[in-house]
Ligand binder design. Sequence first.
Ligand code: 3AM
Length: 179
Amino acid sequence: MRLFFGLSLPEDVRRAAHARALALCEHTPGRYVPPENYHITLAFLGDVPQERLRDAQEVLARCIRSLPAPRMTLGDTGYFGRAQNAILIIRVQAEPELSGLHERLVRELLAAGLPADPGPFSPHITLARHARIGALPAGNAPSFTAGQAHVFLSARDEDGVLRYTPLCAAAFAAHENSP
Ligand code: 3AM
């Protein structure tokens, strides 16, 4: 199974990201991602035997349970790759602790004998693939706090569309001021 660790988005942030995608698609054609797939990748594992899913989940839970939930802000719209065939993204501004978390996840995955792509780490939300970049207007820039992290399964559905399914969740440490 093809796995990665990621943060799911609060519903209002998912809506803000989708509104940006809708505003962009006229000038930047591409293969737009279903909004249910929006997430922030923390670490990419790749192919993992099913019997090791629990070990992966334990690495995630161990690495985040003593961390306060990270604060983030939706940043500029941008892209990876070539402007004619790009991955269209929203950059996510986060505290440096998020890069530290990525590095720790990679270290602990490798120590557990699980695969991990070492990076580089660049927090983002993917809006479209195979995009031809045109005007990139600014959009809403809400700040938000991550809720939970998940082990996601990446698999194509029967129509060949890539779907990301959260398999298990892990919680950040409760904040002192939280209810
Ligand atoms: O949908 P996005 O792009 O946000 O970018 C990849 C994708 O997130 C990311 O993991 C998610 C699921 O594929 N990723 C990071 N390193 C990767 C790699 N080596 C990778 N995906 C594939 N191969």
